[in-house]
Design a protein around this ligand. Structure first.
Ligand SMILES: Nc1ncnc2c1ncn2[C@@H]1O[C@H](COP(=O)(O)OP(=O)(O)OP(=O)(O)O)[C@@H](O)[C@H]1O
Ligand SMILES: [Mg+2]
Length: 460
């Protein structure tokens, strides 16, 4: 059942119940009021009952002088022994009230409703003035009262039904009007393809819940669209990066397979193929790590790690390349600095930074690997005195596959994933990575890890 139908049905049912209760209250009030009026008329009739008794001079016959209520009002006068001493036309000899009611009526007025000849009759009995122990009784048919109540009931039922149905239709129309933006949005969303998802749906100008829903839906659609675009870009970039080493590898193998290759030429081809395979492996590992990061599944196995040792190991591993570039790697970290980090991952991040720094550092310069703790926070920084980052590139330095245009040449061989991985590792540790250019020239990239460093007393 649609929402608008449900709303209309519930509203109509509630309205019908409310109307029925109102009508019932009205009808019972009306009936009570009509009875009160009837009782007042009967009481007024009783006031004059004594004189009719006098005019009938005590006979038991209905007096011709007495014709109360133009034949519609029944009147009896009953003596203390319970004998009807006067009965108006059609009133009969049998007392209109029961002995109990008669006894009660001797001390005060009594009003009852009973059925006489299958007709409801209202009867009022009261002590007869000036004759103690005597009771005057007056009755009148309630047919006209019932008729009035019946007519009112019919009118209320007919009018009420029409009103409730009309109101139900109005509720349906209102609900349909209120929900029409929902149906419109549904159609718009259904018509959206993944390519134009960024356009979103039209936001109603009502500033209500539906407008808020449309706004939320649009931001969700926009972020999904962005994520999709990023994913596409990532896939395209990754394929592009993998294609180059694969092409080089293919060419090397093709060259090697040509007849008449010398041993040296073959050895060179194998060495080159090896280098390309190493590069392919590194890129695929990097891509895997970033994919895990995207899924929030980059595992961080924290354990106490001596940061000075970690930096020294990284410098040692790069020593060969540093020597070749004529660069010195210097470690500057307090000896007892122990931090709760995933040592392998931090080492990978530092290696990436050292790799970048060695590529940028001019011969004869120094690459500084430093670490310090402030409070419980740990900061690791790798600085060089090369040309630094191009200023316009700095804000994008940590984006995947991002390299400055000048760095596009494959000669230096970077895929543009190193800094993205540094950042992913920092973030997985709850920290941040940032890059800056040093005032005196050169670049510095630092990793800030909050609450990672242990106080010296807690060293292992
Ligand atoms: N210390 C630095 N000095 C100057 N430029 C740098 C420095 N470190 C990085 N860059 C620039 O930032 C770019 C991105 O670095 P990143 O480490 O992300 O990628 P890459 O080194 O090119 O490739 P990869 O690390 O995947 O092998 C580099 O290509 C380089 O142009
Ligand atoms: Mg790099």
């Amino acid at each position: 059942m649609s929402i608008k139908l449900r709303v209309a049905a519930v509203f109509t049912a509630a309205l019908a119940v409310a109307f029925a209760i109102g009508a019932w209250l009205f009808l019972s009030q009306l009936r009570a009021q009509l009875l009160r009026t009837t009782d007042a008329t009967l009481t007024a009739t009783l006031a004059g009952a004594g004189q009719y008794l006098a005019s009938a001079s005590g006979t038991r016959q209905g007096g011709t002088a007495f014709n109360p209520g133009s034949g519609e009002t029944l009147v009896q006068v009953i003596d203390p022994s319970g004998v009807v001493r006067y009965a108006g036309q059609e009133a009969g000899r049998v007392p209109l009230v029961t002995p109990g009611q008669l006894a009660a009526a001797r001390s005060g007025p009594v009003a009852v409703t009973r059925t006489l000849d299958e007709e409801p009759v209202r009867i009022v009995a009261a002590p007869l003035k000036a004759r103690p122990g005597w009771v005057a009784v007056a009755g009148v048919s309630l047919e006209s009262v019932n008729e009035t109540v019946r007519a009112e009931t019919t009118a209320l039922v007919a009018g009420g039904a029409a009103f409730v149905l009309l109101a139900g239709a109005g509720a349906y129309w209102l609900a349909a009007a209120a929900l029409s933006p929902v149906e419109r949005m549904r159609r718009e969303v259904a018509a959206l393809s993944e390519r134009d998802a960024a356009e979103g749906v039209r936001v109603p100008r009502t500033r209500d819940e539906l407008a808020a829903l449309a706004g939320t839906m649009n931001s969700l659609l926009a972020s999904l669209h962005d994520a999709l675009a990023r994913q596409r870009g990532f896939t395209a970039d990754a394929s592009h990066e993998l294609r180059t080493p694969l092409a080089v590898l293919g060419a090397e193998l093709e060259l090697a397979s040509r007849p008449g290759r010398t041993r040296e030429q073959l050895a060179r081809a194998v060495a080159s193929a090896e280098a390309e395979v190493a590069r392919l492996t590194r890129i695929t590992n990097d891509l895997l790590l970033l994919a895990r990061t995207d899924e929030g599944r980059l595992p961080v196995r924290r354990g106490p790690a001596d940061i000075a040792d970690l930096l020294a190991a990284s410098a040692r591993a790069a020593a060969g390349r540093a020597r070749a570039a004529g660069v010195e790697c210097r470690v500057d970290a307090p000896a007892a600095l122990v931090a709760l980090v995933d040592a392998d991952k931090i080492r990978q991040a530092v290696d990436n930074l050292v790799d970048n720094a060695l590529r940028a550092a001019p011969p004869g310069s120094t690459v500084r690997l430093s670490a310090r703790a402030r409070g419980g926070d740990l900061t690791i920084e790798v600085a060089d005195s090369g040309p630094g980052f191009p200023q316009e590139f700095l804000p994008h330095a940590f984006e995947r596959f991002r390299r400055p245009d000048s760095g596009r040449g494959r000669a230096e061989g970077g895929a543009g994933l190193g800094l993205a991985i540094v950042q992913a590792i920092a973030v997985a540790h709850g920290g941040t990575a940032s890059a800056r250019n040093l005032p005196g020239g050169g670049a510095a990239v630092r990793i800030d890890l909050p609450a990672a460093a242990r106080p010296p007393a807690a060293t292992i």
